[in-house]
Design a protein around this ligand. Structure first.
Ligand code: PLP
Length: 453
């Protein structure tokens, strides 16, 4: 009998050669679809499904997927066949983008160092803070996410990310996010070069600090000679309605890290904005002109994409859109989810939002919830994510450092009808969680599969 050849699965090569565990995880979660094309907030699969993106690649796609104006700008830049990666010339587009970013950021931020990722921007912040202050210590907040390179990883306490990769940087210490007393005790030792904070914690659970926290933290930093660094890798680029989330709190940091949405989601890019004073302590002589650089950091495609992304964000007034859409979304979510005991809180600013779940009180729900949490605490949220994806057509994720918070961060171009659809979808999944055994039996089955594969 002749053998009929079957085409290899679309993810086979990736599974063989890049990351088999990722392929397996997506399969278990039934999220192993193949995407054909993506536009705005919509993702189209090869088998004809339409999925709405309410994750935005963790705040990459503020301008929506494949914005035509950004694509056109990148295409023109390629066709121009200009200088790229000479490493021996002045990349003028980097100057232009730096000027725009510093003008929008305001305050003390006068210079930009470009990187190719958020982690690299944080690495630069660590080096520059040390160079400026002559101190080694770094303070970060519990629950923070700053990236997975060794320096950035040293600013994250969660053992999940750290285990097996040590020793990490010494003299890094955590403080509770929002606690000024503990912060002052640390800073008063005058051992710390920088306090590094996300103004609103993203992966920590979309945690919005109390109104006076950041400004008071800044005052303490100034008093004790510590630099204030804001990690705006997720919160920047109008995600929360203002260009920087720090602008909601009237702070003037010494450095700000940007990445993700900076280049419209198409070319890797990051930036560290800083004061002249910080800059001068690093690049302080001809001899040190290239003392901190990276090959692809000022590449013309990323810089062009950054300029085009900023133009779109401003022309389409996406900051204002994020504010209005965020208000609307939170209000609608509160309306439909408030009757459910496992929904603890809906919070956020602009279009960076979280739905926090909690353990139920009613015995009927408490028993399966507790049994489930004992087996695998992280899987409760994954069942929500899986059901939203498979049954409702919405791509979401739980926060990376807080598995009880569902992150809700659609592209800023999202339409009201899409927000309404999401509200209905979440209400459906939450209703199922509270009313039928199906949610819990599926959850247990899924957890067993994860444990046994
Ligand atoms: C707040 C924050 N900072 C830094 C990073 C690291 O950025 P990258 O993944 O581009 O290195 C991330 C990534 O998710 C982030 O969310």
């Amino acid at each position: 009998m002749p053998q009929t050849a079957t085409a290899p699965a679309f993810d086979a090569l990736y599974g063989d050669r890049v990351n088999p565990q990722w392929v397996r995880l997506l399969r278990v979660l039934q999220m192993d679809v193949q995407y054909a094309h993506c536009k705005g907030a919509e993702l189209f699969t090869t088998d004809g499904r339409r999925i709405l993106d309410f994750l935005s690649g963790y705040c990459v796609h503020n301008t929506g997927h494949n914005h035509p104006a950004i694509i056109e700008a990148i295409q023109k830049e390629l066709e121009r066949q200009g200088p790229a990666m000479l490493q021996s010339h002045v990349p003028e587009l980097a100057g232009e983008l730096a000027g725009r970013l510093c003008a929008l950021a305001g305050g003390r931020l006068q210079k930009a160092y470009f990187s190719s990722s958020g982690s690299e921007a944080i690495e630069a912040a660590i080096k520059f803070a040390r160079a400026h202050t002559g101190r080694a210590g770094l303070v970060y907040a519990e629950g923070a996410f700053h990236g997975l390179t060794c320096g950035a990883l040293s600013l994250m306490g969660d053992p999940f990310w750290r285990d097996g990769f040590g020793p990490l940087l010494p003299e890094t210490e955590a403080v509770p996010f929002g606690d000024l007393q503990v912060l002052e005790q640390k800073l008063a030792s005058r051992r710390f070069a920088a306090l590094i904070l996300e103004p609103i914690q993203g992966e920590g659970g979309v945690r919005v600090p109390h109104a006076g926290y950041l400004l008071a933290a800044q005052k303490l930093c100034r008093r004790y000679g510590t630099l204030l660094v804001l990690d705006e890798v997720q919160t920047g680029m109008y995600r929360t309605g203002r260009f920087l989330a720090g602008h909601h709190f009237d702070v003037e940091p010494d450095m700000v890290a940007l990445a993700k949405a900076l280049s419209g989601g198409l070319i890797p890019s990051g930036a560290l904005l800083m004061s002249d004073a910080v800059y001068d302590s690093v690049y302080n002589s001809l001899h040190r002109a290239i003392v901190h650089t990276s090959t692809y950091s000022e590449n013309s495609l990323a810089m062009r994409a950054g300029l085009a992304a900023l133009a779109v964000l401003e022309r389409e007034r996406l900051g204002e859109r994020a504010l209005a859409a965020g208000e609307y979304l939170r209000q609608r979510l509160r309306e439909v989810l408030s009757p459910y005991e496992m929904v603890k809180e809906i919070r956020g600013v602009g279009l960076l939002n979280g739905i926090e779940f909690q353990a139920p009180e009613k015995l009927r729900l408490r028993a399966p919830f507790e049994a489930f949490m004992k087996i695998h605490a992280g899987m409760f949220g994954q069942v929500i994510v899986m059901r939203l994806f498979r049954d409702q057509g919405f791509l979401t994720q739980m926060c990376g450092n807080n598995f009880m918070v569902l992150k809700v961060a659609p592209p800023l171009i999202v339409e009201d009808s899409q927000l309404d659809g999401f509200v209905r979808a979440v209400a459906d999944v939450v209703e199922c969680m509270h009313s039928t055994g199906a949610f819990w039996s599926e959850a247990l089955g899924l957890t067993r599969r994860v444990i046994h594969i």
